[in-house]
Design a protein around this ligand. Sequence first.
Ligand code: SF4
Ligand code: SF4
Length: 435
Amino acid sequence: MSRMTTYKPQYSLEAGIELMRKGIDGRVKSYFSSCVHCGLCAEACHFYVETGDPRYTPIHKLAPLKKLWRQEYTFFGKLASKLGISDPLNEEDFADWEELVYDACTLCGRCSMVCPVGNDIAGMLAKQRAGFAAAGYSPEGLKGATKRTVEIGSPMGLTWKALEAQIRHAEKDTGLTIPVDQQGADYLALLSSLEIMGFPEYISSIARIFDHAGVSWTLSSQAFEATNSGIQIGDANVARELLQRVFDAAESLGVKNIISPECGHAYTAIRWESGNLMGHEIPFRIIHIVELLDELKAAGRLPTQGKTSTKVTFHDPCNLVRKGGVVQQPRRLLNAVAEDFVEGPECGTMNWCCGGGGGVSANERAEELRLKAFRRQRDQFNSLGVEAVVTACANCRNILEEGIEYYEMDVEVLGLTELLAEYLDVDNKNGGSPA
Ligand code: SF4
Ligand code: SF4
C-alpha cells in the first residue's frame, strides 16, 4: 500500500469561517443576491418532501454561509455588524446547522436543477461543509471514516490483505487470474470497500467481462480504494492526498486509463473534482465502469446472449447520472440484458436520491431521517410494480437494500455490471475478433 499518514485535524472555528469566507466567490455572491425565495428548491429535496419540515428547505440549510455573505458583502449587513446589532457567525450557528449540513443533505444536486435563477445550491452546500469540517462540526461517523481512509487506506478499515482474500475467492469462482500490479496494463481498476465487502461478486464480474472483451487491466496493491472521504466530509487536503495515492499508483504501473467502480461519489471525485483539487490537468483518462462497458458493447467486444424476464427499473445514482451526465449508457446496457425494463416518471437527471449519498450512509445518527426520505423510492418502486431495481453504485445499492428491507418490500437489488456479466455470450468471446 502507499505510505499512510496520520489523520489529526486541528479543528478551529476561525479556520472554518475563513474557509467559508474563501468559498464566497463571485458566483456564490450572485447566487445569494439572486434568490427570489420561491421555495421551489424545497419541493425538489427528498428530505423536505418526505417530512414537510421547513428546516430541510435547501436554501435554508445554507443560512450560516448566507449570514457571512450578508455581513461582509451587503450594505445593510455591514451596517448591522458595525452597529453591533448582528452577531458574527459563531459556535451556536455551527452546532445548530451541523445536522442540516450533513444528515439532511446528500449533496445530490436535485435542488440545483429546479432553481429558476440557476443557483447551484448543492455546490454551495459543499463549500459550507468545508467550513464545518474545519471547525470540527461534522458527524463522528464521517470523521471515523476519514481517519480510517487516511491511516489504513479505506473508510471501512479494509486492508490489501482483506482484498487479497476476496481476489482469491473471485479467482476460484471464475477460473481466471485477477491481474495485480500488472505493469503496462491499459486500465487500472479501482474498487470501493463497500463493494469489496458487501458485493464482492463485482470483482468476479469485471474479471469475466474483461476476459470476454479482451481488456488489459490490473488492480494495484498500492491504491485500490476509490472512495474519497475527503470530499464527503469537506476536507480538500484529505481529498487531494487520496487522489494522489491513486495517481501515483497509476503512474508507477504505466497505465493510461483509470476505471472508477460502481460508486457514484468516487466517480465525481476522481473524474470531475480531481483537476480543480490537484490544480493541474490529470494525465489519465478516467472512466466509470458503466461508460467503459457501454463503449465495449458499442464496439462489438461485449456480445451478450439472452435477457432476464424479471421486471426491472433503474435507480439513477445522482453522481453518475445528474452530476456526471452518464444517462444513456446504463440504459443501453440494461436494455441489452433485460426484456422488461421500465422507467419511473422522474428518472434520469431528475431522479430522486437514494438518501445515502454525500456521506449520509456513513453517518449513523442520520439513519432515521434517511429511512423517512426513502419513502420516495418505496412509492416509486411500488407504483411501477417492479420485481427488481438495478443500479450502478455500491452505496446506492446498499441503501436501497436497507430501505427495501425496512419497508418489507419484495424487490431485489442488482448491480448493473453483475447483471451484464450473467448474460455474456460465452461462445462469442471478444465479439469473435482478436483483442
Ligand atoms: S443537494 Fe439534494 S439533499 Fe441536499 S438540499 Fe439539495 S436536494 Fe436536498
Ligand atoms: S429555488 Fe432558488 S430562488 Fe427559489 S428559494 Fe430556492 S434558491 Fe431561492
